[in-house]
Design a protein around this ligand. Structure first.
Ligand code: HEM
Length: 475
């Protein structure tokens, strides 16, 4: 019954004081001393931190079933109608049903393909806006890339999930504020989850009432979106060939005729919310890190420009058909996700029975955190791991789909991300079109700040500013 090594813990808080504001970095540092499987305590809760390829493979492949549960989160519980969403739902029959609905009906390759027009249109809109900003400054302009990338992913996910941009129409701006607050709350540490006797703090510091307020506002918003869909359908306002959004699809299958599973209203709303929680910040964070690394590495930027511009020669727009041949672009994306996985600690899991992990005994109900950020920098798996070198992926079969445990930005196994294909095609198309249409450089290279912000999705602390100049052979 050998437990993994553990740093000394303090009474009541355990090892919480050692996590700091960037836990992926603190845990990486601790793992260098205590090893790839170490035991921490968050308050009274035992938490295993896995920081090697072998540990990740054992958890997410060999014993995936034992580790397929999620720990309870009070905030997620309130915001997702009692964790009726996919990401926070406990492992079991209910989760299996809604995950299969998500994989087969919402995010299948065919469905992702059906959203092609939305992606192309929204990315073109972004390109036009950047171009206008450049023109208004006579030729080049320093632009806030985060702003553009964040609006882009918000607009795409919103149109795909709800059928329209949520910040437009009646009550649109309120919805935007509520969804922003919702994202923020999901990244908030709730002390009561780890030290139940301190739960009262959430009442005093206003967290509980904020969660309550946002949950109610979200519900009103989602109800109005669903009602809009129902009345459109009743009035026969749909045209043939129109891509169905997630609400349409879920309303269509809610009676269970196709799935053998009745979908209640709360489940439907929770599943819709999941896509905002899981899909927006992650995707724009990835794009922002990619642009950051390209701006820091002009050699790589030049090579990417050459590939994209050669394949895009004579074309007004890069299309999704062109992406297949953009091998360097794919390597750039993988190399960035290796160094900057948007969710560096993935989403925690919890064991359902006693299990052995690399020679250590792990009792049932232990939480596990997989440090994908540390694994992406492990010198045992990567030559010169700190070096940004996309070429390492050109003659390699390592992919991001959860089969190669040295690169797991989307997790792996039963609980792996169902939105991988959706996210990757948005990232590839947005990146290729940006590079096709503009030259980018840093306004002040010496001032590029690489500090990370704290949160579940770890983005840059400061928004990325870049000097954009329309590429001379633009049409
Ligand atoms: C670059 C973009 C994205 C990244 C880096 C990412 C990453 C992740 C990670 C690390 C997990 C946890 C996996 C695990 O526990 O093994 C996850 C789960 C999930 N992701 Fe993504 N994701 C992205 C985009 C998306 C998109 C666009 C959607 C939906 C439209 C989505 C929906 C989900 C859902 C529903 C889960 C929960 C799965 C479950 O618990 O069974 N993700 N994602």
């Amino acid at each position: 019954n050998k437990l993994p090594p553990s740093p000394t813990k303090l009474p009541i808080i355990g090892n919480l004081h050692q996590l700091g504001s960037l836990p992926h970095r603190s845990m990486h540092k601790l793992s260098k001393k205590y090893g790839p499987v170490m035991l921490l305590h968050f308050g009274s809760k035992p938490v295993i931190v896995a920081s090697s390829v072998d540990a990740a493979r054992t958890i997410m492949k060999t014993h995936d079933l034992v580790w397929s549960n999620r720990p309870k989160s009070r905030i997620a519980d309130r915001l997702f109608y009692g964790c009726k969403d996919v990401a926070f739902s406990p492992y079991g029959e209910y989760w299996r049903q809604i995950k299969s609905i998500t994989v087969l009906h919402l995010l299948s390759n065919k469905r992702v393909q059906s959203y092609r027009d939305i992606r192309e249109e929204e990315i073109s809109n972004m390109i036009v806006k950047i171009r206008q900003e450049c023109d208004s400054n006579s030729s080049s302009s320093v632009i806030d890339l985060r702003d553009y990338l964040c609006s882009l992913t918000n607009d795409i996910v919103s149109r795909v999930a709800l059928g329209r941009k949520y910040n437009e129409g009646q009550g649109g701006m309120n919805a935007k504020v509520t969804l922003d607050e919702f994202g923020e709350l999901l990244g908030t540490f709730s002390i009561g989850d780890y030290i139940p006797r301190l739960e009262w703090i959430n009442k005093i510091n206003g967290l509980d009432s904020k969660v309550e307020k946002v949950a109610k506002e979200l519900d009103t918003f989602l109800e109005s979106v669903i009602e809009e869909h129902v009345s459109r359908k009743n009035n026969g306002e749909y045209s043939t060939g129109e891509a169905k959004d997630f609400v349409d699809v879920l309303l269509e299958i809610q009676n269970g005729k196709e799935t053998g599973f009745l979908l209640q209203r709360d489940s439907l709303k929770a599943i819709i919310l999941d896509n905002f929680a899981a899909g927006v910040d992650t995707t724009y964070t990835a794009l922002e890190w990619i642009m950051t690394e390209l701006l820091r590495h002009p050699r790589v930027m030049k090579k990417l420009e050459d590939e994209v511009r050669e394949l895009g020669q004579g074309k007004t727009e890069i299309t999704e058909d062109d992406l297949r041949n953009m091998h360097y672009l794919k390597a750039v994306i993988k190399e960035t996700l290796r160094l900057h996985p948007p969710i560096p600690l993935l989403i925690p899991r919890v064991s359902t029975e006693d299990i052995e992990l690399l020679g250590y005994h792990i009792p049932a109900k232990t939480q596990v955190i997989i440090n994908a950020w540390a694994i992406g920098r492990d010198p045992l798996s990567w030559d010169d791991p700190e070096e940004y070198r996309p070429e390492r992926f050109l003659n390699s079969n390592i992919d991001i789909k959860g089969l190669h445990f040295e690169l797991i930005p989307f997790g792996a196994g039963r609980r792996g991300c169902p939105g991988t294909a959706f996210a990757i095609v948005v990232i590839e198309l947005a990146l290729s079109r940006l590079v096709h249409k503009f030259n980018f450089s840093l306004p002040k290279p010496e001032e590029l700040d690489m500090t990370e912000a704290s949160g579940v999705a770890v983005r840059r602390k400061s928004p990325l500013l870049a000097l954009a100049t329309p590429y001379s052979s633009y049409y």
